[in-house]
Design a protein around this ligand. Sequence first.
Ligand code: ZN
Length: 331
Amino acid sequence: MAQHFLLSARAKSLSLASVFTMKDADAEMTFRKIRWHETEGEPVCPHCGGADAYDCRRLKGAPRFRCRACGKDFSITSGTLFASHKLPLRCYLAAIAIFCNEVKGKSALALSRDLDISYKCAFVLLHKLREAMAAELKGRVVGGEGKIAEVDGGYFGGYVKPANYRENRRDRRLLRNQTGKRRVVVVVRERGGNTIPAVFKSEASAMNFLRSRVAPGTILNADEAGSWEELHKRFEVRRINHEEAYSMDGASTNWAEEFFSRMRRAEIGHHHHIAGAYLLRYAQEASWREDNRRKANGEQVSHVAGLAMANKPSVDFTGYWQRHIRTEERA
Ligand SMILES: [Zn+2]
């Protein structure tokens, strides 16, 4: 049997040990090369775009540059997702490495213990990394003429705990006994290609999303749920009845199920509760992990660091404080 990718030497190109033995100057240079890759690490002013800046380090050693054109100061992370960072750069690299190495996800509590940072700091940092991963999904379209994609939905959140005494228990299947917070993550995944998730109140509300994100001519695969009937109007759709088989005559939703398997394991094993405003972010993380699962971990770390450095400051978080956000029904 072929060796599992994660067991192969090819999967391991960066160790946490090597990140922790990095000198400050090395960590700085790593981030400079990721941020200003066109100039091979030479600083470019984020205010005016000027390429002539000199070292203007703070007294305590924090790296800063001053632009000769506009006279403004900037740091390696100014104007990026890590703007106004408070931890040493090495710590961010370590956090990204830990996050990438955990293939099902990483809990903020565990990261706070790994790096001896507060839970809140770890929570915000991990969400910024998810935001970076999500940047890759913006405007993505899957499929195309003759290509095959799969669509499926998975429900998250709105758990109602049964009461202790039997006489106090209510029928949780009835709408009036539910919280109304349950949402469905709808995913469309091209076979051998990329994944796009989105969050809705019901599978039937996902039609506009699917119409705009699946290229015409794509052959879709879906299960027997009535909510997918609408898809037949626009696409050739193969249906698979899971009561009969998981795969039959080429029809299956196993690629989509694989995504949900990863996300469900992240929910059960790491986060315990994935719901509300952040549900989409967890779905985007799972989708990034699926699409990049065959990359070596060193490559994954530079990829995520690159996305974070190319991203504007966080839309979900400013500094350490949470803005009002609404990620539902947003893709
Ligand atoms: Zn400037």
